[in-house]
Design a protein around this ligand. Structure first.
Ligand SMILES: C[S@@+](CC[C@H](N)C(=O)[O-])C[C@H]1O[C@@H](n2cnc3c(N)ncnc32)[C@H](O)[C@@H]1O
Length: 283
């Protein structure tokens, strides 16, 4: 099933249709979508690549912590939007972190079948307590009206990978990170500004009126908030974060950018940046 869907997703028109259909299913019946994710197809489960993928995220977090002289041991971590597997948390446990909290708008990672338990055991058996997460280390947080259910100034490092482009209220979310991060604490956020629906290499999606884009795709995994790089920089600064480092990347050709410069009222930076990493420190 997974292979068939992956093949279909390679065909652009099918991908757009699947995005619209999954959006409708999730809107009409979130519980049916949950069943589909659990039994037929979970785009957030990478099977045997789970370990490799979370190690890659862990390594990036660990490298930035080292670079900014912020040792992992005894620190409290929070991951935003981990997807289907909490392996990064298991690597953090192994590296001596004090705790790993996690919050996702949908808990795709709840499934703890024998295969997944095996993956966690390979990384660090103490990440689990028999067949559940070790709840003295792993804290699964939820959202309430105030934001993340987390005490003010209780987290040392917040990180996310390919999440902020999917957050429906990014300004409020960054304000909330400022609330829960300790003074001097660090944020590491990799954001993917590319199109997730039509064509990753094109800026066409930014020409679709926002109301129509939201109407068609709001509930599907490919929906993005259409915010660009400068929006996030301003949001971090406005909320009391110092920018330690920005790593912008561009995958668009000069001709492509010039073509869309005429159609979109965006700065050259916002047009050309296709992804970016922010490393920030709470002042
Ligand atoms: C593209 S996936 C990225 C997953 C993973 N971090 C990775 O590296 O592949 C985006 C994730 O962000 C989650 N998400 C969307 N809005 C969120 C929010 N407001 N807070 C936390 N997670 C959110 C989604 O449910 C999904 O798991």
């Amino acid at each position: 099933m997974k292979k068939i869907i992956e093949f279909l997703l390679k065909i652009k028109a099918t991908k757009v249709m699947i995005a619209i259909v999954s959006s409708i299913i999730q809107w009409v019946s979130p519980s049916l979508w949950k069943k589909i994710e659990t039994h037929f197809y979970n785009p957030y489960d990478f099977d045997e690549r789970n370990i490799e993928y979370s190690k890659w995220i862990f390594t990036r977090v660990a490298d930035f912590c080292k670079k900014y002289d912020f040792p992992i041991d005894e620190k409290d971590f929070l991951e935003l939007g981990p997807w289907g597997f909490l392996g990064t948390g298991a690597f953090l446990k192994k590296a001596g972190a004090a705790s790993y909290s996690v919050v996702d708008s949908v808990n795709h990672f709840e499934k703890l079948d024998a295969k997944t338990i095996g993956y966690y055991q390979t990384i660090d058996p103490s990440f689990l307590n028999r067949d559940t997460f070790n709840d003295t280390f792993v804290h699964i947080l939820k959202y309430n009206e105030q934001g993340i259910q987390c005490t003010n100034e209780s987290i040392d490092v917040v990180f996310s990978n390919a999440v902020y482009e999917h957050v429906s209220n990014p300004a409020e979310s960054i304000q909330d990170l400022a609330r829960i991060t300790r003074k001097g604490g660090i944020g590491i956020h990799q954001i993917d500004y590319r199109d997730h629906i039509f064509d990753q290499k094109s800026l066409f999606f930014l020409t679709v009126p926002k109301f129509l884009f939201d109407l068609l795709f709001k509930n599907c995994g490919g929906w993005t908030n259409l915010k660009r790089h400068s929006f996030f920089r301003e949001a971090f600064i406005k909320n009391g974060f110092e920018i330690l480092e920005e790593i912008p990347q561009s995958e668009y050709s000069r001709e492509h950018i010039a073509k869309y410069r005429e159609k979109l009222s965006l700065s050259l930076e916002d047009l050309s940046t296709s992804s970016g990493c922010f490393v920030v420190r709470k002042k």
